[in-house]
Ligand binder design. Structure first.
Ligand SMILES: [Zn+2]
Length: 342
């Protein structure tokens, strides 16, 4: 992900009109009143989540090398996602698009990967993460590393691994609601000090600008850095503003499940892939380990964001398991099916 939103005033005041191009004020995302959540509407049994297999998929991604746009490792990762998802559902879409890089004459070749389950359901949830790796370890304590790509075990690898395991489970246990898994590209490409957020969230920007008018998921859940051994997931401010009822549902469910990494504190605004989705009117919830961003955590083992130290050694299957089991519980046992609310 990009950064903690100390610059949120700049973002709101200057950058977003540029991002959306039209100069019009977008309608704010609808924020329905926080209705009383209906308990356990769907009745499907909740499948298991294989956290060790998800962890192995993080190691596999890191072993490919940094998945930086235009690199062989990036192409390998796209092919791996495509083939892995096609073994789970026939509804896999590759969105190829380009973007100018920072070097003169450069063209980034980017690919969004989207896998759909229960495609005929009208109640749909979009679950997304970025799979690309940041090309610049610009937060590394060693300045010599600032132009090197990061391993991106947690920042890209963890959400990708969790979502692949969701796909495997949804193949075996068709979900009662519609679920679209969106592995987005080019989230972490930007240089904030050069052009703000212009070259962040490239895949999600392309997605919202090209999505069919009749594709309107009820809400989305963004996963970003969801694998740390000591992860701390708290409701993030942009999410609370955009989708209060879904934030409540997710964190209440986590509390009822006794998940140790989900806390009911408050995480300040974070600039992440959910911003373009919110701007497009889709209620969005970012599940993110926010204290990693900007190295806010006092734990010396949790200061690897955007450094060469974003490695599997900091991550744990147990954290991936909590996130995976929470998502499966929401999909199979908490979210309404067609014709129902929330
Ligand atoms: Zn990042």
């Amino acid at each position: 992900m990009t950064s903690r939103s100390r610059q949120i005033v700049i973002v709101a005041g200057i950058l977003l009109p540029t991002l959306w191009g039209c100069g019009k004020k977008e309608s704010p995302p609808s924020t329905p009143p926080a209705a009383k959540v209906q308990p356990s509407i769907a009745t499907a049994p909740v499948p298991p989540f294989d956290a060790n297999r998800a962890f192995a998929d993080i190691v596999r991604q890191v072993d490919m090398g940094p998945r930086v746009p235009n690199s062989p490792a990036h192409a390998k990762c796209v092919a791996w996602l495509d083939s892995s998802l096609l073994s789970c559902t026939q509804n896999v879409q590759l969105q190829h698009f380009t973007d100018p890089g920072y070097s003169p004459g450069e063209t980034l070749n980017l690919t969004n990967v989207i896998a759909s389950f229960n495609p005929s359901a009208t109640y749909r949830v979009l679950i997304l993460t970025h799979f690309d790796s940041r090309p610049w370890a610009d937060e590394d304590p060693n300045p010599a590393n600032h132009d090197k790509p990061i391993p991106a075990a947690n920042d890209g690898g963890s959400g990708t691994a969790v979502m692949l395991e969701l796909a495997r489970q949804m193949k075996l246990h068709p979900p009662p609601i519609g679920v679209d898994l969106f592995f987005d590209d080019g989230e972490d490409y930007g240089k904030y000090k050069v052009d703000g957020l212009d070259r962040y969230f490239l895949g999600v920007k392309y997605f919202v600008n090209n999505k069919p008018a009749d594709y309107n998921p009820r809400f989305d859940i963004l996963l970003d850095m969801v694998g740390d051994t000591n992860a701390d997931f708290e409701p993030e401010s942009n999410s609370v503003q955009s989708a209060p009822q879904y934030v409540d549902e997710i964190w209440n469910t986590a509390q009822q499940m006794g998940l140790s990494h989900f806390h009911t504190g408050h995480e300040s605004d974070i600039e992440d892939d959910h911003l373009p989705l919110i701007q497009a009117g889709i209620p969005s919830v970012d599940i993110i380990d926010g204290d990693l961003v900007g190295h806010v955590s006092t734990d010396p083992n949790r200061k690897y964001w955007h450094t060469m130290d974003d490695l599997p050694k900091h991550l744990a299957p147990s954290t991936l398991g909590e996130v995976g089991r929470l998502l499966l519980t929401l999909i199979y046992n908490r979210l309404p099916q067609d014709g129902q609310s929330l």
